[in-house]
Ligand binder design. Structure first.
Ligand SMILES: C[S@@+](CC[C@H](N)C(=O)[O-])C[C@H]1O[C@@H](n2cnc3c(N)ncnc32)[C@H](O)[C@@H]1O
Length: 325
């Protein structure tokens, strides 16, 4: 009986919201796995009085940028264990015009000789780790995916169909991101557990750890991974401190679950949000929709209607009732 109750406890709420990227949010770093699409749904869940957003697994920081653009957050702690990403963020935030000029220089120098120029920049990045070279590689490489070989060298290939974002577009995104974050954001490149130690009640922590399926040592998509048990312990500590948090944690395609769910004993609300059909299912002619999983700590006080439909839908329905009345 006890077991049944626990299982029922962890049945997720199935949302019918179809989140879309928020128009006008700057997004300077192309990044596979970016949460751009889901960001609107996520930032709508933030408690109103959150005074700082902590992103321990920031990547391209899509949620931080959406939260700044929609004025939900005015202070940030952005962290990622991958040092070149944080060095790039540092330049984007502190020296937006300079890093834009350097990107433009790389972008123009490649014209007419893109394949050889990509290889040159990739070799140079592997020796010197310059932020402008990293940005160029992310803009040009296949699926904007960070991949390293066993020697720790960036080894993803170029997407030969694309030149990478036009320098004017890139500058607009860089300058926009800097305007939101400059003077209001601390950056660090340490393990997520160190960052969580600094979290206090009143902070809001958004966590998007690497997919469980790609953290094994043979897969070099991410150079670092996290262990399930250590992650659960870190979340227990946040619960004890009463820090509000939201976790993106894998999901499912059709009935195929990617990785283990977070345990019911953490007392989190689990929501599944539709994220379209997987490319593979479309190719195979199957209708296996993909769902992203979100887990919310009890400090995130939102009603069931918002979880199921998203906030904007809820507002629309209410104004419709008002009109009818
Ligand atoms: C799924 S990505 C985050 C994507 C991000 N939400 C976005 O919108 O771009 C996960 C990130 O966690 C970082 N990471 C991996 N292990 C980590 C660790 N132990 N501590 C902190 N960051 C880590 C990776 O470098 C990667 O950038």
């Amino acid at each position: 009986m006890k077991k049944l109750a626990r299982e029922l406890d962890s049945v997720p709420i199935l949302s019918v919201a179809t989140p879309k990227p928020i128009a006008g949010v700057p997004h300077p770093i192309p990044y596979q796995g970016s949460k751009r699409q889901l960001a609107s749904y996520i930032v709508d869940l933030f408690p109103k009085d959150s005074h700082r957003l902590i992103e321990p697994f920031a990547g391209s920081a899509a949620v931080s940028l959406a939260a700044g653009h929609t004025r939900r957050i005015r202070r940030w702690l952005i962290n990622d264990l991958h040092r070149p990403l944080i060095d790039l963020w540092d330049q984007i935030i502190r020296n937006p015009e300079d890093i834009s000029d350097r990107y433009q220089k790389n972008w123009k120098a490649q014209l007419g000789n893109q394949r050889a120029y990509y290889d040159l920049v990739r070799d140079r990045f592997n020796s010197h780790h310059r932020p402008e070279d990293f940005l160029y590689l992310l803009a040009r490489c296949v699926k904007a995916a960070i991949r390293y070989n066993s020697r720790g060298e960036f080894n993803n290939s170029p997407d030969n169909r694309r030149l990478g974002a036009n320098p004017d577009t890139m500058r607009r995104h860089i300058v926009g991101a800097s305007a939101l974050l400059k003077g209001r954001c601390s950056l660090s490149s340490v393990d997520y557990r160190e960052v969580l130690e600094a979290a206090q009640p009143g902070d809001l922590v958004y966590m998007d750890p690497p997919y469980q399926g790609v953290v094994d040592t043979h897969n070099h998509r991410y150079r670092h991974g996290i262990l399930y048990d250590e992650f659960v312990t870190a979340l227990e500590r946040l619960r004890r401190k009463r820090v509000a948090f939201i976790v993106s944690y894998d999901g499912r395609t059709g009935m195929k679950y990617h990785g283990r769910a977070l345990p019911a004993c953490l007392g989190l609300t689990h929501v599944e949000i539709p994220a379209g059909r997987s490319t593979q299912s479309t190719l195979l002619g199957r209708d296996d929709s993909t769902f992203e999983s979100l887990y919310l700590s009890p400090e995130i006080e939102v009603d069931d209607h918002q979880l199921r439909h998203g906030r904007h839908h809820a507002v629309d329905t209410m104004s419709l009732f008002a009109e009818i009345a």
